[in-house]
Design a binder for this molecule. Structure first.
Ligand SMILES: [Fe+2]
Ligand SMILES: [Fe+2]
Length: 295
């Protein structure tokens, strides 16, 4: 099982080594210490550090990724990657729209300005992902289109009661899903540009998971029974929807060397482990069965 980077706490040395101020403890203290805020509902010190890490790891797509060479693959492989990348593009674009909408609500609900700092960096990550995938689709010779079939996921993830909590828990699923897909896609039968894109995006998604591992335990602690039940129902719907939709992709996935079932199992296992670390178990969050039926 792949050990996700975010499950390991960040190392101070790893972070500061890349900073110009690494030889200046007073300056580090100035930058890393949040302003006093006794009402924050999250660990602001950890979030501030992650914000600085996210800022220092920003990359510029046109120079980081070589979009120049043409993609040389057979027609069937091209058709399948166009199909998968269109779905992934849709999910990333939905994620971008949702994070832009939820940022102010999250910082207000969690009473933390550090959340605004961090989420603005993550929002920029997501815009970069959409930008990169849009250009990859163009290189594949495909139209760039948002597939409204998946739009309901964004709505389930950010509406209703407890919308901030619901969104953050939904993100635990979507970021884990993105991470597992990218990790597998980059070593599947994909062209070099696709592999490079998957690698670059995966590093960002690891950081997004790290953020959730910082904030979700505190959020879970504060949720009352009704809130937990509400969040639980939304999570089950999102996982069930994804499991059902992914069944129809099984044959295409196999053709390019992706194992859909193994990927879904990996996602569910990672989420279960995350929930266990928040002090809840499978009895809190039931997981949908992963079907072997191919539609
Ligand atoms: Fe993303
Ligand atoms: Fe993300």
């Amino acid at each position: 099982m792949d050990q996700l980077t975010p499950q390991t706490p960040p190392k101070r040395e790893g972070l500061t080594a890349s900073f110009l101020m690494s030889d200046n403890p007073a300056l580090q203290d100035l930058m890393l210490r949040p302003s006093i805020n006794d009402s924050a509902r999250v660990n602001e010190q950890k979030i501030r550090r992650l914000y600085l890490q996210a800022s220092s790891q920003q990359w510029f797509a046109p120079t980081k990724i070589n979009f120049e060479p043409n993609i040389q693959v057979d027609e069937e492989t091209r058709r399948i990657w166009i199909r998968f990348v269109t779905i992934f593009y849709t999910l990333e674009k939905m994620g971008l729209n949702v994070i832009a909408n939820m940022m102010p609500k999250a910082s207000s609900k969690l009473k933390s300005d550090e959340i605004s700092y961090y989420l603005s960096a993550q929002c920029f990550d997501e815009s970069r992902h959409v930008f990169v995938l849009e250009n990859y689709l163009k290189k594949l010779g495909a139209p760039v289109k948002y597939d409204y079939k998946y739009h309901v996921l964004g709505q389930a993830a950010s509406m209703g009661f407890y919308r901030v909590e619901n969104w953050l828990f939904s993100t635990l699923f979507s970021e884990n899903f993105a991470h597992a897909f990218l990790r597998r896609a980059k070593v599947a039968n994909i062209d070099p540009l696709g592999a490079e894109i998957c690698k670059s995006l995966q590093a960002d998604e690891s950081r997004h998971l790290h953020f959730l591992h910082i904030v979700l335990p505190d959020i879970m602690d504060r949720l009352n029974l009704f809130g937990r039940t509400y969040v639980k129902s939304a999570q089950f719907f999102i996982m069930k929807f994804t499991e059902i939709v992914s069944r129809s992709l099984e044959n295409d996935a196999r053709f390019v060397g992706l194992d859909r079932r193994a990927m879904m199992e990996e996602v569910f296992e990672n989420i279960e482990r995350a929930y266990e670390s928040f002090g809840v178990t499978r009895s809190f969050l039931p997981f949908p069965k992963i079907s072997s039926t191919v539609n």
